[in-house]
Design a protein. Structure first.
Length: 298
């Protein structure tokens, strides 16, 4: 809501007409003065496709509506509802590369950025090979299961074997991913901005007081980063800029790292403004959503 409201104001300052769709009438962005046309409708692709047909917008700003905004934009593109509509800010390919774990991993490996080591198993016989490659403890993620069903963290060989066996039986395609555990590592985030001329800036770095393994949403976060030496900070800063360039995001982007003893892993990227960016805006006084909206329209 914070980002969406700021984006609406920024667009209107530039003389751009705004059609807003939101399912929640209690948000600030659905106030009558915020946009030229406001729809309070369920956020479903079929409904938004009809709104697009009626309003005929030139572009869609996908990166201001959180995860839902990105998912809906991808779905609308796949339905062919965005034929004459330009996707602004976050390109479709960036949405796929940021959200599809396999594509994201491949992109990181292509640009030489370290992600947690992982190996795919289709049978329990491969378990010793997996332990040799990944080490213990290891995280088990079954393919095509909801909400981590059948997954877990194995601290010993026996425990790992038990979770893998369960995971294989639960997975629709009888496949699990064994991933290096980064439990207990530091969790560091960067808010990055990039424009169409490929200029990048770091708005701020943030550090979770709790280590990896505590969900970010349940963790205290501080800005600026407090416990990294300058050379460690610069290493992660350079990686963050390299990643936003590889994704070709124009606007804001949130990048999360795990860090321990001079080593780091790229955990994930949100190719959009996020809850962290609302926090970073408040902490730094830099209006991330407003600037991201201006960059998106050129």
């Amino acid at each position: 809501d914070f980002s969406g409201s700021h984006a609406c104001r920024a667009m209107r300052e530039e003389g751009v007409g705004v059609v807003l769709v939101n399912s929640n009438p209690a948000t600030i962005q659905t106030d009558p003065g915020m946009a030229d046309v406001i729809y309070i409708e369920p956020l479903r692709a079929d409904i938004i496709a009809r709104i697009i047909e009626k309003e005929k917008p030139d572009g869609v700003l996908s990166g201001m509506g959180g995860q839902t905004g990105l998912n809906l934009t991808a779905e609308l593109a796949e339905r062919g509802a965005l034929k004459n509509v330009e996707i602004l800010g976050t390109p479709l390919e960036a949405i796929y590369k940021g959200e599809d774990r396999e594509k994201f991993r491949n992109l990181m490996l292509e640009i030489g950025e370290p992600v947690p080591k992982s190996i795919i198993l289709t049978s329990l016989n491969q378990i010793d090979e997996a332990i040799a490659a990944i080490g213990l403890p290891a995280v088990v993620r079954p393919a095509y299961t909801l909400g981590g069903a059948g997954g877990g963290i194995g601290k010993t060989r026996v425990e790992l074997a038990r979770i893998v066996e369960l995971g294989l039986s639960r997975s629709r395609i009888h496949q699990v991913l064994i991933e290096e555990s980064v439990l207990g590592w530091k969790e560091i985030e960067f808010e990055v901005m990039r424009d169409s001329a490929d200029t990048c800036i770091i708005i701020c770095g943030m550090e979770n007081v709790d280590p990896m393994g505590i969900h970010t949403g349940e963790s205290v976060v501080v800005a600026p980063i407090l416990t990294l030496r300058d050379d460690e900070y610069q290493m992660l800063r350079s990686a963050a800029i390299k990643i936003i360039r590889a994704l070709d995001v124009q606007g804001g982007c949130n990048i999360q790292f795990a860090f321990r003893n001079g080593e780091y892993r790229v955990i994930e990227v949100n190719p959009r403004v996020s809850r962290s960016s609302a926090l970073a805006s408040k902490a730094t006084g830099y209006p991330i959503a407003r600037v991201a909206a201006k960059i998106a329209i050129g």
